[in-house]
Design a protein around this ligand. Structure first.
Ligand SMILES: Nc1ncnc2c1ncn2[C@@H]1O[C@H](COP(=O)(O)OP(=O)(O)O)[C@@H](O)[C@H]1O
Ligand SMILES: [Mg+2]
Length: 348
C-alpha cells in the first residue's frame, strides 16, 4: 500500500466527489491546540461539572480527620476542568445544529469505534464537543489517525503533510445487517463482504442475488473510474427500500479489515470464491459475495479487546462517585507512604 492511497482516502478528498450518494456531513479544520489536547494523556476529561479536591495539607499532625478527603470550595482547593476552545466549540455546535442536533464524528479516516463503550449512551452519537472529546480521547483508532496514518505503507518517501479535520456526519440509524464492504482492484469490484460478520442475517442469504446486483449497479454507475485510485475498499449501506449509499472509502491494504476475505486472497490475483456455493466467480464476471451463514454461531465483537474493567469505566465517567472517592483515598494513601519514605532518608 502506498502513502498516496492513504492520502486519497481522507474524508475531505472523497466527500466532494460522492456527496450525492452519501450521508450529509460537515468538515471542520482541527486547530493545533485541539490536536495537542487530544494527544495529551494527562488531561482529565471533566465536562460541565467541576471536580474539586484538597490540594495541600495544612499541617502534619496525624489526626483521624485527615484520612477523609474533604470536598470543599475554599481557597485551598484546585479545580480540574477540561480546557475550553470557545471559538472551535461554537463552530462545532453550529455544524451539529445544522445537521439536526445529533452527529457521528470522525477524523480524516477513522471513527472512534473502539470507544463507544465509554459514552453514557454506549453509542457514537454526539450532541456536543465534549461528547466528541470523550470518545476521541478514549480511542486508539483516533490516536492512529493522529500519530501513524502511514504505518502500513511500503514506500519510503517522506510522509505527506496532513491537514487534520473533524468530520461531523448527520446521525443515521444504520441497521448493521444492511452494511457491506466492497473490495475494488484495478477498478473492478472483486469481492463483497457482509460488514457485521459476527451475526447471521437471514435476509442476506434470502436476497443474496438482489443485494449483490444492486451493489454492483451502484458501483458501476457512481463510483467506478471516479475515484483517484484504481484499488480501494468502499463501504456501502443498502436501506430498507433497496437504495445503496456510500458510507466510507478505505485504502486497499492491511490497514483495512478484510472481514470475510483475507488480504492474501484479495491480493493474490487468483479468482475469489463465494462462501455459499464455493463457486469460482471468475467466469461469471461478478464479484464474490460472502456473508455469515447460520452454521457460524456467536463470535466475539471485534472491538471487545479495547474495553477496560467496569471499575475504571465508572471512574472515568464519574457514574459511581464512591468509587472515585475510594480511588482518590487510595492515591492519597500512596502519596503519603512515598513522602514518609522520602522524609526518612536513605537507610544506612
Ligand atoms: N452518520 C452515521 N450515523 C450513525 N452511524 C454511522 C454513521 N456513519 C457510520 N456509522 C456507523 O459507524 C460504522 C463505522 O463508520 P465508518 O465511517 O466506516 O468509520 P471507520 O472508517 O472508522 O470504520 C459504520 O459501519 C456504521 O455502522
Ligand atoms: Mg473506514
Amino acid at each position: 500500500m502506498k502513502k498516496e492511497q492513504v492520502v486519497n482516502c481522507q474524508f475531505s478528498v472523497w466527500y466532494p466527489l460522492f456527496k450525492k450518494h452519501t450521508i450529509k456531513s460537515v468538515i471542520l479544520p482541527l486547530p493545533q491546540n485541539v490536536i495537542d489536547y487530544l494527544l495529551d494523556d494527562g488531561t482529565l476529561v471533566v465536562s460541565g461539572s467541576e471536580l474539586t479536591s484538597q490540594s495541600s495539607r495544612t499541617n502534619n499532625s496525624d489526626s483521624e480527620e485527615e484520612e477523609d478527603i474533604q470536598w470543599s470550595d475554599d481557597e485551598t482547593t484546585t479545580t480540574v476542568t477540561a480546557p475550553e476552545f470557545p471559538e472551535f466549540n461554537s463552530k462545532v455546535q453550529e455544524a451539529i445544529n445544522a445537521l439536526g442536533g445529533r452527529v457521528f464524528p470522525k477524523l480524516n479516516w477513522s471513527a472512534p469505534r473502539d470507544a463507544n463503550w465509554i459514552a453514557l449512551n454506549s453509542s457514537l452519537q454526539c450532541q456536543s464537543l465534549s461528547d466528541i472529546f470523550l470518545l476521541f480521547k478514549s480511542s486508539d483508532f483516533i490516536t492512529h489517525d493522529l500519530t501513524q496514518p502511514f504505518i502500513h505503507c511500503s514506500d519510503d518517501s517522506p510522509d505527506p503533510v496532513i491537514n487534520y479535520e473533524l468530520v461531523l456526519r448527520k446521525w443515521s440509524e444504520l441497521i448493521p445487517g444492511g452494511e457491506y464492504r466492497c473490495f475494488v482492484k484495478e477498478n473492478k469490484l472483486i469481492g463483497i463482504s457482509q460488514r457485521d460478520y459476527t451475526q447471521h442475517y437471514q435476509h442476506i442469504s434470502k436476497q443474496e442475488a438482489s443485494i449483490s446486483s444492486s451493489i454492483q449497479e451502484f458501483f458501476r454507475d457512481h463510483i467506478q473510474y471516479q475515484f483517484p485510485d484504481e484499488d480501494f475498499v468502499l463501504d456501502v449501506y443498502r436501506d430498507s427500500r433497496g437504495r445503496v449509499w456510500l458510507i466510507d472509502l478505505n485504502p486497499f491494504g492491511e490497514v483495512t479489515d478484510s472481514l470475510l476475505f483475507t488480504w492474501e486472497e484479495l491480493t493474490s490475483g487468483n479468482s475469489l470464491t463465494d462462501n455459499q456455493t464455493g463457486e469460482d466467480t471468475a467466469l461469471q464476471e461478478c464479484p464474490a459475495f460472502r456473508y455469515t451463514t447460520s452454521e457460524v454461531t456467536v463470535q466475539p465483537s471485534p472491538c471487545l479487546s479495547y474495553r477496560i474493567p467496569r471499575d475504571f469505566l465508572d471512574l472515568s465517567t464519574g457514574e459511581d462517585a464512591y468509587k472515585l472517592i475510594d480511588f482518590l483515598k487510595l492515591k492519597k494513601g500512596q502519596q503519603e507512604e512515598e513522602s514518609d519514605e522520602e522524609d526518612a532518608g536513605p537507610q544506612s
